[in-house]
Ligand binder design. Sequence first.
Ligand SMILES: Cc1cc2nc3c(=O)[nH]c(=O)nc-3n(C[C@H](O)[C@H](O)[C@H](O)COP(=O)(O)OP(=O)(O)OC[C@H]3O[C@@H](n4cnc5c(N)ncnc54)[C@H](O)[C@@H]3O)c2cc1C
Length: 311
Amino acid sequence: MSKMPIIFVFSDKKDRLPEIIAGALALGEDVCAFVVGTDEDAQYAASLGAGVVYTFAPQQDVMLEDYAPSFSALVAGCGKKAMVLLPPSKRGRALAARMGVQLGAAVANEVTKVEIADSVTVGRMVFGGLASGSEKITSPVCVLTLSSGSFEPAAPDASRKAELKQGAFVPPAIMPKVVGQTPKQGSSVDLCKAKKVLCVGRGFAKKEDLALAENLATVIGAELGCSRPVAEGEGWMERERYIGVSGVMLKADVYFAVGVSGQIQHMVGANGSKVIIAVSKDKNAPIFNFVDYGIVGDLYKVLPGLTSLLK
Ligand SMILES: Cc1cc2nc3c(=O)[nH]c(=O)nc-3n(C[C@H](O)[C@H](O)[C@H](O)COP(=O)(O)OP(=O)(O)OC[C@H]3O[C@@H](n4cnc5c(N)ncnc54)[C@H](O)[C@@H]3O)c2cc1C
């Protein structure tokens, strides 16, 4: 067996589906997509290469992870060795955990590599990115959340046709009661796709000073990213912008770090960039072990200087 007989895919985020379907096409003989949405969403999954698409009509007040029994019923019913591929989002992980229990299947999260021989072997980072681990899966069905950047996203092709089926909703044994919903403050940024990223770290003394980075980012046409403490500790930027093992994995042409020390948990997410540039006032900062170009200096002097030079 060099390919899995069937791979089921689902993504709660539309922009992750091309990569997950690409992974499924590379690893599986048949690809079956689950969609909670409209016929248009089903056509999109088909255009990416899914051979069969099950569409589930969105249920009032039902969270996506509560579709786990519906998806598991179809996976169990296929009667073959199977794999389920999901994104490593919060909902993807919640679905993976539930489907793992329902299917008696092994679950592996944030997988970066999958090899299929007599059994499935997955690779993923462990100890917060300090090492990479390899795990052999022995259950006939496995559920994986796929780290971003593991496969080149599939390109949509409207001429591709899939067998379109209606999925039947199977309610979970214990149905949570939704008592209210508040829309999340949206972020339109997708750093995974950005070609140039200017990343700010804790070297900035206060939120207002980020304007220095914004000015330079505008001049060089870069998206702003940050280290985890800037997003999670200080709350100066949205969580979608932090880079690293527990955040975004970059595939940028240029990653420009300012006031970032370069701890491994951060660099794991930045290392995929082609050119790495850093400004830090500490000449011994670990970031300088990773850079193509390094500037030892105070960002409060270097950034305005660079901005006016590059204008
Ligand atoms: C399990 C685990 C997972 C983690 N996941 C992530 C992750 O996904 N992403 C992530 O980013 N972190 C993650 N972390 C945290 C990580 O270990 C670091 O703590 C974090 O990346 C440090 O952020 P920083 O570089 O912005 O801050 P610091 O480490 O505080 O570095 C600030 C740098 O700025 C320099 N500096 C200060 N003032 C100036 C100035 N005026 N001019 C120029 N330079 C200056 C300092 O010398 C220093 O080098 C994780 C940690 C753990 C334990």
